[in-house]
Design a binder for this molecule. Structure first.
Ligand SMILES: C[S@@+](CC[C@H](N)C(=O)[O-])C[C@H]1O[C@@H](n2cnc3c(N)ncnc32)[C@H](O)[C@@H]1O
Length: 225
């Protein structure tokens, strides 16, 4: 998989790229690179934004600046790019990112994430350059960098070899193995902590009963039991 993150602040990803599961994925041939939107701006003095038509506070990232960054990176016509590559613009009002979308993206070969700043992108970025507009939740962050990292984290951990323990991504919250429900509770030693005990079934050694109990707990968390 190749993920390109277009951002005005590439340094934000320095830390993220050093994290174990990200490095694991990269060592297995996957790619995660940042592209500095400002580096290819067609405007003078590194300008990337402009005042909004109709007035109002804040600045808007220009569509021609994003177009130029996409063209410099991929060569092809940026208006055609989304036909063969997921080009995802990040915006608070977009489609909510969830486990289903993370799994869908984990099967893509090529993904571009566009991180906004200020008031966000000129709407024509969302309409004509992006294939998707995605939000990580109904709240407003300063920029698209953290949302991009959230999405990369959720997607990369699904790739074979990214996590140390291969099974850990199979049976967890919202997975098919748990019927889409949140994961059941986990316990570890000590079995007795200030009188708060681990449920008996987990120390019974009866794997069938443990499985049943876990599914029931998941369903309960989903409000189905
Ligand atoms: C300050 S926000 C813009 C908010 C925009 N004016 C609004 O009210 O919806 C700047 C950028 O941060 C990113 N961003 C902020 N919150 C986000 C969220 N919840 N999900 C995805 N991206 C977000 C987007 O890329 C956005 O263009």
């Amino acid at each position: 998989m190749n993920i390109d993150v277009f951002t005005l602040f590439p340094r934000w990803f320095d830390w993220f790229l050093e994290q174990r599961h990200v490095r694991n994925a990269l060592e297995r041939g996957h790619e995660l690179e940042t592209v500095d939107i400002r580096a290819t701006t067609p405007l003078t003095a590194g300008q990337v934004d402009d005042t909004p038509y109709g007035g109002g506070a804040g600045m808007v990232i220009r569509v021609d600046v994003v177009e130029s960054a996409l063209r410099a990176r991929y060569g092809a016509d940026p208006l055609e790019l989304r036909r063969h590559r997921r080009v995802i613009a990040l915006a608070p009002g977009g489609r909510q990112f969830d486990e289903t979308l993370a799994s869908e993206l984990a099967n893509e070969k090529e993904i571009t994430l566009l991180c906004g700043r200020y008031e966000g992108f000129d709407e024509r970025v969302n309409e004509y350059l992006a294939s998707d507009v995605v939000s990580i939740g109904p709240y407003v962050l300063t920029g698209g960098e953290l949302p991009a990292m959230v999405m990369c984290d959720a997607v990369l951990r699904k790739l074979p070899g990214a996590l140390g323990h291969e099974d850990s991504a199979l049976e967890e919250s919202f997975s098919a193995a748990l019927e889409g429900a949140p994961e059941y509770p986990h316990y570890t030693r000590p079995a007795d902590w200030h009188g708060y005990l681990v449920p008996d079934v987990l120390t019974s050694g009866d794997h069938g009963k443990v499985r049943e109990w876990r599914l029931e707990q998941s369903r309960r968390r989903m409000g189905q039991a």
